[in-house]
Unconditional design. Structure first.
Length: 481
């Protein structure tokens, strides 16, 4: 009997211990390593309830915050109190091999809702998924060595020709992002304004076009000839004034804007290829100063593998009629600079320019805009301090290193600050971006000519002079004739 009691007591101890161990999660304290959009990320949790994230390619994900963790629920809940009145409500999932998954939604208090389960492939821009490890080797890769052929120099030369440029938005893209301010989309441009763009010192324009709005929904998805003539008129005026032109597929259903319920996804993709086949054939005899920009800011819904496949097929199709045309390729997942590591370019085609977009810090560039998290940040200044410059320089330097490693030139296809920001702050920001672009050999196209990010005032026929001085130093043509 005594022996049985001892055995039973031991059993209870073991059982109680097993429950205790099972209920106690692994400690999150210390460093964790992972990749975000193909680029290294280091996460540090500290005992004092603070944590920090260092993202090599994305300063918007580099911050220090307070955290609160609740291990009594499953999955484990964690809240991050972030800079700029933002929060992240997240969940954690540990493995037995020194690995952790972090998944949450970012937003303002009351807006960000805690997810019910881990999603390793979220298709929302406000979602944050990180697969982390205690092993630093996950972020250490053998340096890439590329031996490009001689013809790879052509794309770099063509990128220099783009030089310093401007997005000619509001003409052909059929979009007005802030309808309460600019209610009439696609207004014709005065031809003398194109001359003014050249006289101001710009080398090129990026021409956003919503081709799909002017094509049929049934095979062969013909583009309206009258619309082609309208685009031709602007392209020819630009060329006559010495401006190179990048023709952009700006908005397109399913893959960078809302779905079109009147056409299936598969047919919509067939139409996409047909449009590029028509555009390529139409402009095949135009000079090399005409460039093709395959797709603006691809969304997250299609996924990275599908996007890379879409690009490869589009390039192959264009090459049938334009073997020497320079093509611009945007990055996956909204076309941002920090997703450059996810891009898989056609390996045998070297006449390609990689395009990145950059609007950080978002709280400054998008301040006061109702559609952005930065709506409440109206009146924010950018003074050009060391602390303000450092993250921007880090982000664009990462892209410059990628460019050198892969022997691919880079076009900064969009960057801008809206008019809610003070003109002096806009000018300081633009000057710094331009200096970084020049330093790293990037061409650029500032956003934009019209609407709330405009750098030109059509009512007065004048440039926003401090902004223009920042982008194109020197004497400029001020007023329309």
């Amino acid at each position: 009997m005594k022996k049985a009691k001892i055995i039973f007591s031991l059993f209870l101890c073991v059982f109680y211990f097993s429950l205790t161990v099972k209920a106690t999660p692994p400690s999150i304290i210390g460093k964790w390593y992972g990749l975000k959009d193909g680029s290294p990320v280091t996460v540090m949790f500290r005992n004092n309830q603070t944590m920090s994230i260092q993202a090599d390619a994305f300063s918007g994900l580099t911050f220090t915050s307070h955290y609160k963790i609740d291990s009594s629920v499953s999955p484990i809940a964690v809240d991050l109190i972030m800079p700029g009145s933002m929060i992240c409500t997240a969940i954690l999932n540990f493995s037995d091999h020194g690995e952790m998954e972090f998944f949450g939604f970012l937003g303002t208090p009351g807006q960000a809702q805690r997810p019910a389960k881990i999603d390793s492939n979220p298709k929302r821009p406000d979602a944050l998924y990180l697969k982390l490890s205690r092993d630093i080797k996950v972020i250490h890769h053998k340096p890439l060595t590329v031996s490009p052929p001689k013809e790879a120099t052509l794309a770099f030369e063509r990128n220099k020709r783009l030089g310093r440029g401007l997005n000619l938005n509001g003409l052909l893209d059929n979009n007005s992002g802030d309808l309460h301010l600019y209610p009439i989309p696609d207004q014709p441009i005065k031809l003398e304004y194109i001359k003014m763009i050249a006289d101001a010192g710009f080398n090129s324009v990026r021409l956003p076009v919503t081709w799909v709005a002017h094509s049929s929904k049934t095979p062969p998805y013909t583009i309206d000839p009258a619309f082609f003539r309208r685009v031709d008129s602007i392209v020819k005026q630009c060329l006559q004034n010495g401006l190179a032109v990048s023709i952009d597929m700006h908005y397109y259903p399913y893959i960078n804007m809302g779905a079109d319920s009147s056409i299936s996804f598969d047919d919509n993709i067939k139409r996409f290829y047909s449009l590029w086949e028509q555009i390529a054939k139409h402009y095949k005899d135009y000079p090399p100063e005409v460039y093709f920009d395959i797709l603006n800011e691809p969304n997250m819904d299609m996924g990275v593998p599908f996007y890379n496949e879409l690009i490869a097929k589009s390039v192959k199709l264009i090459r049938k009629t334009n073997p020497y045309r320079t093509i611009l390729i945007g990055t996956p997942n909204l076309g941002q600079s920090w997703t450059i590591g996810l891009l898989d370019l056609p390996k045998e085609d070297w006449n390609l320019i990689v395009q990145i977009h950059y609007y950080l810090p978002h709280l400054f560039t998008h301040q006061g805009l109702a559609y952005a998290h930065a709506a409440a940040s109206k009146g924010m200044q950018w003074m050009g301090t060391k602390e303000e410059r450092k993250p921007i320089e880090s982000d664009l330097t990462f892209c410059a290193k990628w460019s050198k490693a892969h022997s691919r030139p880079i076009n900064l296809g969009e960057f801008g600050v809206n008019e809610y920001a003070a003109m002096s702050s806009r000018a300081r920001y633009f000057r710094f971006i331009r200096e970084l672009a020049d330093k790293n050999g990037f061409s650029f196209h500032v956003w934009g000519f019209r609407e709330i990010f405009r750098v030109f005032d059509e009512e007065s026929g004048r440039w926003h002079q401090p902004v223009l001085d920042a982008l194109i130093p020197g004497k400029h043509y001020l007023v329309a004739p």
